[in-house]
Design a protein around this ligand. Sequence first.
Ligand code: HEC
Length: 221
Amino acid sequence: MKRRDFLKLSAGFGATGLGAAAALPPFSAARAESKTVFKAADVQPAGYPTVAATESLGKKLAAATSGRLSVQVYPSAQLGAEKETIEQTQIGAIQLLRVSAGAPQPSPDRMDPASAADEGAKRLTQAPAVDAKRGRHVLLQYGCVTCHEIPGVTGAAIPVGPPLDRMGSRRFIAGVLENTPDNMVRWLRTPQEFVPDGAMPNLGVAERDARDMAAYLESLR
Ligand code: HEC
């Protein structure tokens, strides 16, 4: 199975970008010609439109590849609730995942329009809490593990940068910045500002992602 095929498959199905990117590693070139069964998870029961659609996708895929690629659908949250299945998709244990975007909201027609608007504005402006657990997943998404060994974050490590073990107990970041949460965020977003010719590139890290990654690194002691 080639990387390109898998990306096409994910795009066609509308899997989350998150899942698609993180699910790549298990498919190695050595397995290219063997049969591949994609695991698809859904919390909805058999017969529900999204489950039926995934089954139909699997049949089409099997027909088009003479059975080389197929999809095994696990409905009714057999592989776990949405949170668990998102985590499994991130580590590549599930290849196709259907989840709802966002938590259930109070029905707007039970709120008067003014307070509904206030509520919406409040949600949009509230900064999300710093989340070290999310940070661990984000480290994976930004490919930090391609250059760093990071405890608790799996990935092929061909270390270019220093290992990030015990990062929470170190005094300096890259030997130039005092190790505080704010400085770590600055380092992760613009390392080149501090070590201009360093091998760590500016990776276009979003503020929230940097905060969560910094919290995870801070927890490594
Ligand atoms: C292309 C390779 C590369 C990538 C990708 C990369 N880094 Fe680095 N990183 C480095 C190098 C090289 C250094 C050492 C910089 C120096 O000391 O001048 C470094 C230093 C660091 C340090 C300071 C380590 C110390 O010992 O003080 C942290 C923290 C860090 N990186 C985190 C990250 C995180 C988080 C990501 C993902 C968002 C990331 N890096 C992505 C190469 C990389």
